[in-house]
Design a binder for this molecule. Structure first.
Ligand code: 13P
Length: 263
């Protein structure tokens, strides 16, 4: 059985002024690197801070954007291209976060294009999926996840491209399952609910990709993850890590969460 490396990512959303971002980024990075944990850790910061943070970033710590366009350049006001991120030595990007979908009208199809743009440029892509409460309550969990993943994979022609890059054990694709009703609400999914969704995602990955590729793609859980519930999630068979919003904003809480995850 393939052993996937655990991954814990913070999503800072639209929080922190630059001095605070620099201070907290360094505090988290130093804490993680001095603990010599096996877990891959990183932070997705607002675009405007990426240049400054990138200058402080050390090897083995991930710096991510929160979104990325699919074209290399062009008349796309307000967008940032994959090559611009690469140029700043940013490790990758979140793609298709539910806040992008629900508040800014991003579709499964444009998410797929962003996914392709990122991967083709050698960036790590964290593809976010998840159901609304209404979809869950009407029994459409699997259908929703299938639609989100298959449209993104088809649109990005992902099955046909080599996204294992030069690191055969760390594919450029990671999935983050974030049930919309659990984001920022303090109401996380139960480990059983999360495991059920992760298992459905894993089966879908095996439908879409070869066994050797699918088994290496990590699936993270996101939605009200804190230092006091991370262990329960990680004890589930198909949960490989977490995408953390609110609890990643305070370096002390985030480092505690990472240390609990390592136990
Ligand atoms: P919270 O951890 O604040 O619920 O946010 C989750 C999230 O949206 C991470 O991308």
């Amino acid at each position: 059985m393939t052993k996937r490396k655990k991954m814990i990512l913070g999503n800072w959303k639209m929080y922190k002024q630059q001095q605070n971002a620099l201070h907290d980024f360094c505090a988290i990075q130093d804490g993680v690197l001095s603990s010599s944990t096996e877990i891959r850790v990183g932070v997705a910061a607002p675009y405007i801070h990426l240049s400054a943070l990138s200058q402080r970033r050390k090897d083995n710590f991930m710096l991510l954007a929160q979104n990325v366009h699919w074209e290399h350049e062009g008349p796309f006001t307000g967008e940032i291209s994959p090559s611009m991120l690469k140029d700043l030595q940013v490790s990758g990007s979140l793609i298709g976060h539910s806040e992008r979908r629900s508040l800014f009208g991003e579709s499964n199809s444009s998410t797929g294009k962003r996914l392709r743009g990122a991967i083709m440029c050698g960036l790590e892509a964290i593809l976010c999926v998840g159901e609304t409460l209404q979809e869950r309550e009407s029994g459409k969990l699997t259908e929703t996840l299938r639609e989100q993943l298959t449209t993104a994979f088809k649109e990005s022609h992902l099955a046909a491209c080599d996204f294992m890059g030069s690191h055969p054990d760390t594919p450029l694709l990671t999935i983050a399952y974030e049930p919309v009703w659990a984001i920022g609400t303090g109401k996380s999914a139960t480990p059983l609910q999360a495991q059920e969704a992760h298992n459905a995602i894993r089966l879908l990955l095996h439908e879409f990709f070869s066994q050797s590729v699918a088994s290496k793609i990590g699936v993270l859980y996101g939605g009200s993850v804190k230092s006091n519930n991370i262990k329960e999630f990680l004890s589930c068979e198909d949960i490989d890590g977490a995408l953390v919003g609110g609890a990643s904003l305070d370096p002390v809480e985030f480092l505690k969460l990472i240390s609990n995850a390592a136990r």
